[in-house]
Design a protein around this ligand. Structure first.
Ligand SMILES: [Zn+2]
Length: 155
């Protein structure tokens, strides 16, 4: 990951641990080639339309920017599933990630704007100021927060 995002992630994991929450890293930086196989995996499982709701086409993944991170709960339950939001790590991240510059990038009810099903495990680093402003504003999609057009099919 990029240095700023990586050190913010380290601080976030330490703060979670101090609160008794064990968070794991499931995925950080992905190369183009890795994204080719990740996306192809979902095409094989769900077909292309299904894959597009849960995975980015190669060249379009936030994981390729070095600013995105998938987290899990140490229990392993609900990893990469929507119920992750209800695990200790998931609820801690929803409440605290912004303090470290991260946002929950794909939230419920935002699919028409972001193009993705909810992913309570996918964090995107935008810096502490913007993350705090966004959390304070109640806006749920980064596109809306930055005044960008909805991007339901940019992947
Ligand atoms: Zn992700």
């Amino acid at each position: 990951m990029r240095a700023a995002a990586a050190s913010a992630a380290e601080e976030m994991f330490a703060a979670a641990a101090a609160d008794g929450v064990s968070m794991t890293v499931l995925s950080g930086f992905r190369s183009y080639d890795t994204q080719v196989s990740t996306y192809q995996h979902w095409v094989n499982v769900n077909g292309q339309a299904g894959a597009d709701r849960v995975s980015a086409r190669p060249g379009y993944s936030e994981h390729q920017t070095g600013l995105a991170l998938d987290i899990g709960d140490a229990s392993g339950s609900c990893n990469l599933a929507e119920c992750f939001a209800d695990t200790p790590a998931g609820s801690w991240a929803a409440e605290n990630a912004h303090r470290f510059g991260f946002i929950i990038r794909y939230q419920p009810g935002q699919e028409a704007v972001t193009g993705y099903s909810p992913e309570p495990w996918h964090l995107r680093f935008i810096g502490t100021k913007d993350a705090a402003d966004m959390a304070g504003s109640g806006v749920k999609a980064l596109e809306t927060f930055y005044g960008l057009p909805a991007a339901p099919d940019y992947r």
